[in-house]
Design a binder for this molecule. Structure first.
Ligand SMILES: *[C@@H]1O[C@H](CO)[C@@H](O)[C@H](O)[C@H]1NC(C)=O
Ligand SMILES: *[C@@H]1O[C@H](CO)[C@@H](O)[C@H](O)[C@H]1NC(C)=O
Length: 710
């Protein structure tokens, strides 16, 4: 044992004896208010079992190992029930942590770390072990031989299991390993507490990606000042909780479990493929998959071919081969984003149900912007049904008409000449919307995070000038808060569906102005002037598009830049935001003009990073709301009402009813659906539809709380 560790041990022992003798005396600079009560309880509890002779402890290092066992940890029994009694599934599996959207890891579990609490070959005391378990100290056992795993591993717990169990002890509220919210908090705590972390380099690596404004301290800085507590936490905490000015409020925000002691918000954890880890049994399953996945990939970080999530980590000599389980941490209030490393990389998504059970996968087309081909996203039947429905739609707001642009209102734009309509509730549209959310890594469908499916038709010569799907409101003039880098909501991902076959000469590609064709070497890049010359020489748009028009320029760009050629049932995903919510300017894209008589049919679905405008709970620019309120509305009409829509299951014709706010699909209102509770306003009109027909309408009255039964 090093002198430092010895001195530390002596101090701790003396300290602990002091505590034992006088439980009411506590130096607050050492123990925080939060840790202390727990700490005393534990010590008093175990004092019955331990007798400590301080002389022995000082004179004889070997004898200070107390023979008695630690009392079992609070959640040990339910934990073991889930992971299984015989062999801990996390043995031999190292957790490798990434920040959302980043292909390179920010922390790696230390491979040499062996179980410290099980007492095998360790030379520190039971008391030290207890203090460590409680997260009060870190025991420096770096002098000890790193005992390689032996047969004793079978019974002992893996470092991850120990770390999780020690973390659960810190929470005052009862936790469940089946609750995703509890699990998020436990895992974040386990990864971020230095004394309990499986990452020895926890202090530096997974810090925040955003820049802190020095005039606006993060609230965790204040916790630090008050309690001197944060020194035992890693910077991962500030990554997971971006602070009150940067955390959008999701529909389930109130379910989030704050971390013990520091009360900050936890991360959510996803696999490389986007699947959210929602329970301990799922984490166990992932670890088992990693282990059974033998030799699937080449070793080494530089290997461009290794697309697998799980790789042996270099030391697969003999039985001690270690596997890696990669987890992607997403800050609270933020959404998962794929982390592509190279063009051509493939992400298999077996958890997403494609049409007729076909496997859905993504292939990376470009890193900047982030663009992916989606295979088996939808099929020709679904495609035909969506086009058919769009053509038959008669409602004024949803039928096909000349497209408009802008954050609000209907503004015709000479550079968007397509026609579009909306399909909010058609059968295929709903299936496609759900599949879209599955692909994007949402574990639950959330209607308030997507727009309706927008169906588009481009006849000959029509197109859409390059633009961002992210809606800009630089002067904050809209009631809705679009600032997604802060707490606002905006479009963050777009899935484009193509529903007709276009040949190379037909035009109509989707152009990404900042991207280059997949696989093209830099020296082969063609600049715009050369592309225009080549287009004019070809004569392909002669007599169809005007010279020097934006349409002509786009066709030239489409032939030299990254452009996606439509064919029916092809789908593409791209992101309009970075993982921290800031706008990704490289996502600039447009629809190239169609230059033959073959019309282009397409559809798109926008996913929002948080509740979109028009839905209860959507983020507001309060000053605009106040101004509008003062300007033109009587205060009484403005008062929010709470409406509950209940299906009494007495009218058989209402078995599959759906609720609409004006023309917007709101939620299912059938026999099997829970009551819909909604914040709304006096005078608002709500419609009940069955098979698309409006069967009944409700108007919100003046009472604060109202119920509507069908
Ligand atoms: C493999 O293990 C040996 C000893 O167990 C160690 O010295 C070596 O650095 C390890 N190699 C890698 C690539 O981790
Ligand atoms: C586009 O073509 C379709 C079918 O030929 C036609 O019905 C529609 O009116 C055209 N749209 C415009 C804006 O010309």
């Amino acid at each position: 044992m090093s002198t430092r560790a010895k001195l530390g041990g002596i101090c701790l022992l003396s300290y602990a004896i002091g505590v034992l003798l006088s439980p009411y005396f506590l130096p607050t600079d050492f123990l925080t208010v939060n840790v202390a009560p727990l700490f005393i309880d534990k010590l008093l509890l175990s004092a019955q079992h331990i007798s400590i002779n301080s002389d022995d402890a000082l004179n004889n290092e070997e004898n200070d190992v107390v023979e008695l066992e630690l009392p079992p940890m609070k959640y040990e029994a339910p934990y073991k029930q889930i992971i299984g009694d015989d062999d801990d599934p996390f043995h031999g599996v190292d957790i490798v942590l990434h920040r959302n959207g980043e292909p390179d890891p920010c922390m790696r579990q230390q491979q040499q770390q062996q179980s410290q609490l099980d007492g095998d070959a360790s030379s520190f005391t039971l008391l030290e072990k207890m203090l460590e378990r409680m997260g009060v100290i870190t025991v420096d056992n770096s002098d000890d031989e790193a005992a390689p795993s032996t047969a004793s591993n079978k019974e002992s717990m893996s470092p991850l299991s120990q770390s999780i169990l020690r973390s659960t002890e810190q929470f005052a509220k009862p936790l469940s390993f089946d609750s995703k919210y509890d699990l998020d908090a436990t895992l974040t705590h386990a990864f971020a507490t230095n004394t309990q972390s499986i990452f020895s380099n926890a202090q530096s690596s997974c810090g925040p990606t955003w820049e802190q404004d020095p005039t606006k301290p993060h609230y965790l800085d204040q916790v630090n000042e008050n309690y001197n507590l944060l020194s035992s936490y890693s910077s991962l905490l500030k990554y997971c909780d971006m602070g009150i000015d940067r955390t959008p409020i999701q529909p389930d925000h109130n379910n989030l479990v704050r971390l013990a002691q520091v009360k900050s918000l936890p991360c959510t954890f996803h696999t490389r493929e986007g699947l959210r880890v929602t329970s301990l049994s799922m984490l166990v399953e992932l670890a088992r998959e990693v282990k059974s996945d033998e030799g699937e990939c080449e070793v080494g970080d530089n290997n461009e071919e290794s697309d697998q999530q799980t790789c042996t980590s270099g030391n697969d000599s003999g039985d001690n081969a270690r596997k890696e389980l990669h987890l992607y941490a997403v800050s609270a209030g933020r959404v998962f984003m794929f982390a592509p490393k190279h063009v051509g990389e493939v992400f298999e998504l077996p958890h997403v149900k494609g049409p007729q059970g076909l496997p859905v996968s993504l292939e990376v087309m470009s890193l900047t912007p982030r663009v992916f081909d989606i295979y088996n996203f939808f099929n020709r039947d679904e495609s035909a049904a969506i086009v058919d429905k769009a053509l038959k739609e008669t409602s004024e707001t949803h039928k096909m008409k000349r497209s408009s642009t802008g954050a609000s209102g209907y503004n015709l734009n000479s550079k968007r000449t397509s026609e579009n309509g909306f399909d909010t509730h058609g059968k295929e549209a709903q299936i496609v919307k759900r599949r879209c959310m599955d692909i994007l890594g949402f574990d639950e469908y959330e209607e308030s995070l997507t727009d309706g499916l927008q169906v588009l038709r481009y006849n000959k010569t029509t197109g859409y000038f390059p633009h961002l799907d992210w809606i800009d409101d630089p002067r904050k003039k809209e009631e809705h808060n679009f600032d997604s880098a802060g707490i606002g909501s905006n479009r963050f991902a777009t899935i484009l569906l193509y529903m007709s076959d276009l040949e190379a000469g037909d035009g109509g590609e989707t152009l990404f102005s900042h991207g280059w064709p997949a696989g093209q070497a830099e020296e082969e890049h063609v600049q715009l002037d050369d592309a225009i010359d080549a287009l004019r020489a070809s004569g392909d748009v002669e007599g169809i598009l005007k010279r020097d028009s934006w349409e002509e320029k786009m066709v030239a760009n489409c032939r030299s830049r990254l452009a996606v050629r439509p064919h029916s049932s092809r789908a593409v995903l791209f992101y309009s935001q970075h993982p921290d919510g800031s706008v990704d300017q490289s996502s600039l894209h447009g629809g190239c003009p169609v230059i033959t008589d073959q019309p282009k049919w397409a559809a798109n679905l926008w996913a929002w990073n948080s509740i979109r405008g028009g839905f209860p709970g959507s983020p507001k620019n309060e000053h605009v709301v106040e101004k509008n309120r003062a300007a033109n509305k009587s205060p009484e009409n403005d008062q929010q009402k709470h409406a509950t829509f209940i299906n009494d299951k007495s009218d058989e014709s209402m078995r599959h009813a759906q609720l609409f706010f004006q023309d917007t699909f709101w939620g299912n209102y059938g026999f099997d659906d829970p009551p819909l509770g909604i914040n709304t306003f006096k005078g608002h009109k709500w419609h009940v539809r069955v098979d698309g027909e409006v069967i009944k309408s409700f108007t919100i009255g003046r009472d604060k709380k109202q119920e509507f039964h069908i």
